[in-house]
Design a protein around this ligand. Structure first.
Ligand SMILES: [Mg+2]
Length: 378
């Protein structure tokens, strides 16, 4: 096994109510077996969030126990890699473990799929009509709360065909910018994401955003308080979509049981990977809660995995437009590459594996530490 890390600058600062991201620290795991090889991408951001560990924590856990667990599991199978289906159970339920599980599951799935000559979409049984998906865009809070920068970024996203726009809001940055975007784009599907920055006392203020025909308010209150979202949902004329609150498969069930949200953003890396996300999605579908697949500004490999998964989830139940934009739209360069997004639509990759592998010569540069964890079985 090999762990490879590379830092890629964002094209522009990504501002949220929770902080500003300047650089995307990418971490990849490469699993080399006798007959096959696969890559997985860690979704954790350099800075982490209230509920998501920073990349360095996942990297440390990968070194101290993730690699060991996969080696032990392979040894127990006579040197064979575990099946992708078995991967999630090798890891625990802490946030770091779920991120690890998602990354290692992706690598093992990739190796398995390449050996079989199948795409992830084929393995997920994505059927006709779901091979092409609409792509949404997200815009952050611009530096200095500059309305002109926001309007320009939205204009670029809309010109690129974005089927939906998710814009970040925070106290002091809500009615005016949302009103400006709505005035510029009367027909745009628009949702706002507060990243937990508001309080119950802000219910009326948030409710005023209904005047701008906003689809939903994402994560208005801090992640821990599901019951407060349940109460806010009763007070506010806009649907609530939860994101950070859905920090584990169990929390998804809690949110559904308490009617804390009318919509849900499911992030596969946060939930523990492909299998865990499908289980959470089935619960949402049964409760009539539409879902979109959210991301962490991944490179092309992680995004390709989310893309195939989103196709399968859309087939299982009608959902919302997901975060499936081209990484090149937010990263200075994408070491993996991604299918072209044309007029707001992207095609699910059909080649063997999860997606395009990272460009190894690029990753081998001086800024990209690579660590080998060799193993032999006797
Ligand atoms: Mg969000």
């Amino acid at each position: 096994m090999e762990l490879v890390r590379v830092d890629v600058p964002f094209r522009f600062e990504i501002g949220t109510a929770a902080g500003v991201h300047h650089t995307r620290s990418l971490l990849f795991v490469r699993v080399v077996a006798a007959e096959s090889e696969g890559w997985g991408e860690c979704a954790a951001l350099g800075e982490g969030t209230a509920v998501d560990p920073p990349m360095v924590d996942v990297e440390e856990a990968a070194v101290t126990r993730g690699v060991r667990r996969l080696i032990d599991a392979s040894a127990a199978r006579g040197g064979e890699l575990p099946a992708e289906l078995e991967m999630a159970q090798l890891f625990g339920s802490a946030p770091v473990d779920r991120m690890l599980a998602a990354m290692f599951e992706m690598a093992v799935a990739d190796a398995e799929l390449r050996l079989a000559g199948r795409s992830l979409a084929t393995a997920l049984e994505v059927g006709p009509g779901y091979g092409t998906l609409p792509v949404g865009a997200a815009v952050g809070i611009p530096p200095g709360h500059d309305l002109a920068i926001l309007r320009e970024q939205v204009a670029v996203a809309v010109a690129g065909g974005a089927a939906r726009l998710r814009m970040k809001i925070a106290p002091g940055w809500d009615r005016e910018p949302v009103g400006a975007v709505r005035a510029d784009h009367p027909d745009l599907v628009l949702q706002v994401d507060a990243n937990g920055a508001y309080r119950m006392e802000d219910a009326d203020r948030l409710g005023e955003l209904a005047a701008f025909d906003v689809l939903c308010v994402e994560q208005p209150l801090p992640p821990a308080d599901l019951m407060a979202h349940t109460e806010l949902a009763r007070r506010m004329p806009l649907p609530i979509c939860l994101d950070e609150s859905l920090s584990s498969p169990r929390r998804v069930l809690d949110a559904l049981r308490n009617e804390s949200c009318a919509m849900a953003c499911l992030k596969p890396a946060r939930l523990g990977g492909l299998r865990a996300t499908r289980v959470a999605h089935a619960a949402c579908a049964a409760a009539g809660v539409p879902v979109f697949v959210g991301g962490f500004f991944e490179a092309g490999l992680g995004r390709a995995s989310n893309l195939a998964l989103a196709a399968r989830l859309a087939q299982d139940a009608a959902g919302l437009v997901g975060d499936l934009s081209d990484p090149a739209s937010y990263l200075e360069w994408d070491p993996c590459g991604y299918p072209p997004v044309r007029e707001g639509w992207v095609s699910v990759p059909e080649g063997p594996g999860v997606g395009a592998w990272p460009d190894v010569p690029v990753l081998g540069g001086p800024d990209a530490p690579r660590r080998w964890f060799p193993t032999t079985y006797t």
